[in-house]
Structure formats: structure tokens, C-alpha cells
Design a protein around this ligand. Structure first.
Ligand SMILES: [Zn+2]
Length: 497
């Protein structure tokens, strides 16, 4: 009994030692406030910034704002004296040269829209297959590989996309989708240009090269296609099931590429005795741009995604800059890295990974913050709703990093840490910029509030941000970083992912 008591006291002493608070860390954490993150977020997510789409004016304005803020904090500009790293991109648009139906030329946008990808293609057929709504039972006894199919398209967007993917997997050469309720074509959100990094991984492999293109038309053009069959689209629809139809369809399209520039924004804070080693804080400042279907609200503000993370990282940068000013600067250097192109497939971080400004071998950890300003759907009715954070990746490469993170939370922020999205079969680990560090062997932690109903919608608004919660989560990333830049040994990479 006594013996047990002694060892209990001993372990209590040890744990008190390792759970001690660092007054200096706490002093500068006070810089990370709801008020300060709100100041930045209100600018970045304002309508003026037009949804910060990569390659567009709003994103350039956001990059300029971030560079100005870094300068105010007296961070070093590490890209040959600049805060901006040029990110060279290739924009690929598919141009329809001509579409002819039963000998009659159709007009792009007036009569039809088109979305496609891959190489140039000429399609020339004298028969098409009507596949009803394209359900499993509609396609049961029909082979549509290398055929042009005519589809009756109806229902919710999510249902439509699911069905289109189901049909695409059966490898038709072209899908003609009829929006039954309208005489005019719908503007598919799938249309438009795709971006890739110049000389990057995806540019050399045309994405979805074998994916069939989709023509969207209204019922008026559908009737023109059916003119030789003696039926209207309405009558055909009533017949049900798939059937062969005589119709001449000629389509000619090709990809057109052009160069495009955007920027990652980098601010550097030099360390002291261990300054060759580097901690990277990151967030993406880009979002998905303007919303043509938004009615009065034409901007995707992306307040949570990811103006929240960007504002959080700015506040963290201020805290460390202030610490350095007061003679409590980090021993290791810190890079604050705001990415472009995340929404276009992690392009800014892919570019950085191909052209790192600081060597990966010296990069000890990446703490990436994407969506930290909201209460996600999972927590709406939870007692922890205003005191939780999802963490992803902490234990995937380094057991040290996991312990450091847990320790920082236990001592200071006391959030409920949820590792649900860190499950091996969860895809979130691959879905934000930290992945481009992880695949280069750099341990990462991803901070995230979880999905909510406003994700990638016009309703991801400033008014819905919980700034107290945003600041608290940013403080967790700050305290974890404080330990990482101050400790004697960098976290060891000891886990095979
Ligand atoms: Zn995001």
C-alpha cells in the first residue's frame, strides 16, 4: 500500500513537471483573440474579394492583403525579397468547334452547353440510344459503351451527379442530357476550365482523359434530335426503357491551354540557435469565386473555407512576432504559408512541394488549418459544440508530434479533440494542403471543424462564424507550435505511413 502510494506520488510529480505551463507561451497567446481574427476575416471574406478564385482578381487582392499584413508584422520576405511565390499554372478549357444535329448547326450557350475533358475528339454517329432517366433498371439490358446516349435528366443536383457518374462508368462516347422542364440548356456547374500546375503531376496525365463529355440541352433541342423518329421527347419519355433512335449527331471539340499565374504568400520569422530548422503554419486563402446562380448574393464568401484558417494563421504569426520582439523569439524558424489553388486540387501546395523555398529535410512539421470557424454538423447538438476540434494526421508519421499536440491541449486549451477523421479509411488526410508535406515525409497536423450545410455554398457567410471558437482552435495550433520551436529535439519521424 505504502509502496504504491510512493510510486503514485512519484508519477504525480513527473506529470506535474511535464504539464507545467510556460508563462511566456501564455503571454503571447493572448494576442490570438476573437476580435483580431474577425478583423482579418471580415476583409478576406467580404464581397469585394469576389470569392478569391485562383487566377482571378479577388485572389490577387487577398494575396496582396496577406503580404501587407506580413510586412506590418515585420516578417522577412523569403522568396528573393518577396512575400509572393509565383505559382505557374495551366488552364485547360474545352472548346466546342461545332455541334450538328440532323444537318443543322447548334449554337453554344443558346442551344446547348458542354462539359468535357481530355484530348481533342470528333464524334460522328447516325444513331443514339435513349436510356430514360439512366437508372440501373433503365440500363439493365443495354450496352452503351462507345455509343451516344440521350438521357432524361431530373431531380436534385446530388442525385443528377450520382446518376451521371453511374452512366459515365459504362463508357459511352457522349451523354446528351435533356433538362425536361426547360426549353433552354442549363448551365452545368461541371463546365468550365480546369487548372493544373505547369510541369506538375497532373498536367502530364490529362485528367479523366477517357471520361465522356456531357451536352446539356432543353426539350426544344431534344425534339430536333428526334425529328426523324416521328416522336417528341415527351412521347419518347412516356414509352419508358431504353431504345435505339435514328439521328445524325456530329460533335467536334478540343482542349485549349493557356498559362495562368497565381501566388503563394510566405512570411518568415527567423529562429535563434536552431534557426536552420523550420516549422510551417499553413492555410489556403483561395476559394471558389463567384456564384452566377446566387440571385442577390453572387459571391461565394468562403468565410469558414478558408478565411477562418487564414485569419487564424495571421493571428498566430502576430503572437510569435511579438514574442520575438520581446526577446522570447522561437529557437527554430517559422514559415507562415498561405496557399493559392487549394480548391482547384491542392495546386498551391503541389507547386510548393515541387519548388520548396526551404528544404523538406529541415522542415520539422506542418500545422495546417482549414475551416476552424464553425460548429460542424456532428457537433450541433453536442455539449462540446463550442469547445471541440477535429485533428487529423498527428500520429501518422511521428509519435512525438502526437504527444506534443495532446500535451499542449491538456495544459492550455482543453478542447475536446476528435480523431474521427483520422481513421485510416477517412479521406480528409488527403484533402487539404498538409498532404503535400506528409507525402514528402514531413509530419503534419490538420485542424478542422468538420463539414456543415454551408460547405461550398453561397451561405458560407461571415455572420455564421464563431470567432471565440476560431481563436481557441488557433491557440491550440499556436501552443503546439510553441513547443515544437522551443524544444531541444525536433519530433522524430518513427511511423511508417
Ligand atoms: Zn478549404
Amino acid at each position: 500500500m505504502k509502496r504504491q502510494l510512493t510510486s503514485f506520488i512519484l508519477s504525480a510529480v513527473i506529470s506535474i513537471q511535464c504539464f507545467a505551463q510556460d508563462p511566456a507561451a501564455q503571454k503571447f497567446a493572448a494576442e490570438i483573440t476573437a476580435k483580431r481574427t474577425k478583423k482579418h476575416l471580415k476583409v478576406l471574406a467580404s464581397d469585394k474579394y469576389e470569392g478569391r478564385e485562383t487566377g482571378k482578381r479577388g485572389a490577387e487582392m487577398a494575396a496582396a492583403y496577406l503580404a501587407r499584413e506580413f510586412k506590418k508584422l515585420k516578417l522577412t520576405a523569403p522568396v528573393k525579397g518577396s512575400y509572393l511565390q509565383d505559382v505557374e499554372l495551366i488552364e485547360t478549357s474545352i472548346i466546342v468547334n461545332s455541334l450538328e444535329v440532323n444537318g443543322k448547326k447548334l449554337q453554344y450557350l443558346t442551344d446547348f452547353t458542354f462539359s468535357g475533358s481530355g484530348e481533342a475528339k470528333i464524334i460522328n454517329t447516325d444513331e443514339i440510344i435513349f436510356i430514360g432517366s439512366g437508372t440501373e433498371s433503365d440500363l439493365k439490358n443495354t450496352t452503351i459503351a462507345d455509343k451516344v446516349v440521350l438521357l432524361k435528366q431530373e431531380g436534385e443536383t446530388a442525385e443528377i451527379n450520382k446518376r451521371l457518374n453511374f452512366i459515365k462508368n459504362k463508357k459511352p462516347t457522349l451523354i446528351i442530357a435533356v433538362n425536361f422542364d426547360t426549353t433552354k440548356p442549363q448551365h452545368s456547374h461541371l463546365a468550365g476550365a480546369s487548372l493544373s500546375v505547369k510541369n506538375g503531376i497532373r498536367e502530364s496525365v490529362p485528367m479523366r482523359a477517357n471520361t465522356p463529355g456531357v451536352i446539356q440541352i432543353g426539350s426544344e433541342i431534344a425534339d430536333k434530335i428526334l425529328s426523324r423518329s416521328g416522336k417528341t421527347f415527351g412521347e419518347l419519355n412516356a414509352d419508358n426503357g431504353s431504345q435505339l433512335i435514328k439521328a445524325d449527331v456530329k460533335l467536334n471539340y478540343e482542349p485549349v491551354k493557356r498559362g495562368l499565374k497565381s501566388s503563394n504568400v510566405l512570411g518568415f520569422l527567423e529562429g535563434t540557435d536552431l534557426k536552420d530548422e523550420l516549422l510551417v503554419y499553413s492555410a489556403h486563402y483561395d476559394h471558389i469565386g463567384m456564384n452566377p446562380d446566387g440571385g442577390k448574393d453572387k459571391v461565394f464568401n468562403g468565410a469558414d473555407d478558408d478565411a477562418s484558417g487564414t485569419s487564424g494563421v495571421l493571428a498566430i504569426a502576430r503572437a510569435f512576432a511579438k514574442a520575438k520582439n520581446d526577446g522570447n523569439g522561437p529557437r527554430r524558424s517559422i514559415l507562415f504559408l498561405m496557399f493559392t489553388g487549394e480548391e482547384k486540387n491542392l495546386l498551391g501546395s503541389e507547386y510548393y512541394a515541387l519548388n520548396p523555398v526551404f528544404p523538406f529535410a529541415k522542415t520539422i512539421t506542418n500545422l495546417n488549418v482549414d475551416m476552424i470557424g464553425r460548429i460542424g454538423t456532428d457537433y450541433l447538438n453536442s455539449p462540446d459544440s463550442s469547445n471541440y476540434c477535429f485533428l487529423v494526421g498527428a500520429d501518422r508519421l511521428s509519435t512525438d508530434l502526437y504527444k506534443i499536440s495532446e500535451n499542449a491541449n491538456a495544459i492550455y486549451t482543453k478542447l475536446k479533440i476528435d480523431y474521427k477523421h483520422n481513421a485510416p479509411d477517412d479521406q480528409i488526410y488527403y484533402w487539404s494542403d498538409h498532404y503535400n508535406f506528409a507525402k514528402n515525409g514531413v509530419p503534419v497536423i490538420f485542424y478542422y471543424n468538420g463539414k456543415h450545410d454551408d460547405y461550398h455554398k453561397g451561405s458560407d457567410e461571415i455572420s455564421k462564424i464563431n470567432f471565440e471558437l476560431l481563436a481557441k482552435r488557433a491557440q491550440l495550433a499556436y501552443y503546439t507550435g510553441w513547443d515544437l520551436v522551443m524544444r531541444d529535439k525536433r519530433p522524430v519521424v518513427d511511423v511508417k505511413d
